[in-house]
Design a protein around this ligand. Sequence first.
Ligand SMILES: Nc1ncnc2c1ncn2[C@@H]1O[C@H](COP(=O)(O)OP(=O)(O)OP(=O)(O)O)[C@@H](O)[C@H]1O
Ligand SMILES: [Mg+2]
Length: 489
Amino acid sequence: MADTKKHLLLVEDETPLREALAERLAEHGFEVQQAESGEKAIEQLAEFAFDIVITDLRLPGLDGTRVVEAALLRYPDIVCIIVTGYGTVKDAVEAIKRGATDFVTKPFQFDELLHALNSALEKRGLKAENAYLRSQLQERYKFEGLIGRSPAMRALFQLLETVSASASTILVTGETGTGKEVVARAIHHNSPRRAQRFVALNCGAIPETLLEAELFGHVRGAFTGAIGTRQGRLEQAHKGTLFMDEVGTMSPGMQMKLLRVLQEREFERIGDTHTTKVDVRVVAATNSDLQKMVAEGTFREDLFYRLNIIPIHLPPLRERKEDIPLLVQHFLKKFAVQDSSRIPNPESRIPEAKPLSMSQQAMRCLMAYPWPGNVRQLENAIERAVALSGGRTQIETSDLTPDIQQASHAAAAPDVNLPEGGIDFDRYIHRIEHDLIRRALEKTRGNKGQASKLLNLKRTTLVEKLKRLEPSTTDVLAHRSVPPKAGNL
Ligand SMILES: Nc1ncnc2c1ncn2[C@@H]1O[C@H](COP(=O)(O)OP(=O)(O)OP(=O)(O)O)[C@@H](O)[C@H]1O
Ligand SMILES: [Mg+2]
């Protein structure tokens, strides 16, 4: 059976009083141990995780405040009750400021002590419970700035929790707007490096020569215009995290230089003969397929493996639609707040964000749309909708862009004339499927990746369907301009 008794340490130098109290406390269900001095109490605290300490303030040797200090240091949630004489109330108040729970003044009735004890325990229970509930609400579907409830996102939160602590290099992959940078920041803020800098460098936005200077810094006179010595991003990120975005765009020369940094954690500033050592955690990100680039010979294989120590892949939003309502709620709140703070009319009495909601119909459109620009595109769409919603409290379909508005139409089933003679259901569905895939491929000039986005399908699903559909291609294509007829299908 679980041990539900509360373990109590009673510290009191007057033996008769201590023994009498211990007996009464035991009668009330407490498991009591006694200490006759502060020193003894601290020893006992080191050996056992008590739930409660009741200590006299005046003790020979180490006094009660020291006992409380030692107890709280070891067990921040421990309940400490101080017993104090008439002259030491001020000291007891001081101890409470430092974390003791309550005090009783001598002489006291046993019930008085019991009351203080029970209400302290109750309070502690509530505190723990509230903290638990809050953490549930706050953390269940959130991790730093990341929101998500889909299995993929929840698995990601768990992974981030574990990998943040290490210093291993991480490679974050995913389409544009899936949150790669948010993930990189979340890793930094959850790592032991959080007090140091998070330095971001977008390798794609800078020409090669400048990229090298940005990354490594330079010494005075290293090149024309290098008037003084300048720290590179690597040095700026010392003890912290360096986020290297769009690593797939790096030239072969830069790839080699980065490889050395990752292997040796050392480099030379441009124009410097001296080698600089750094302690940097690298998080790299890319929306290109590095593995494919390795196969094609445009990305160094050894660098790929150096970066890909811990791979984190962010699935596109269309593959985790259950995250959309939560993200919508989050962005509605974000932009409603910004919107109300922009209201120029000083007479407007809008003390806080207006409660904004999404009509069910608009939500259906948002759920049906394939979001090629992922979360960023969704965020922009909500910002626009909030701006267009004016003073309304609900966002309507008309506040969305036309392509998003049409998404739910596209998702609706086409009107089917069901002829008297009936149809061949399987062949009919097969044909619609084939027709849609053919049109998507035509529209994207045969690009299966883009076609799968248009159809809101995983690429692998599209490829599978294509394989299944292929044998009857000629058959169906031959009839494609003929409307489905009974008996013909
Ligand atoms: N899970 C999420 N929860 C909340 N906001 C998110 C989430 N994912 C992305 N965002 C938001 O979407 C926007 C785009 O995210 P981010 O810049 O991290 O994307 P990215 O993957 O780095 O894109 P790109 O490849 O284009 O640089 C940001 O404003 C970010 O706050
Ligand atoms: Mg980015």
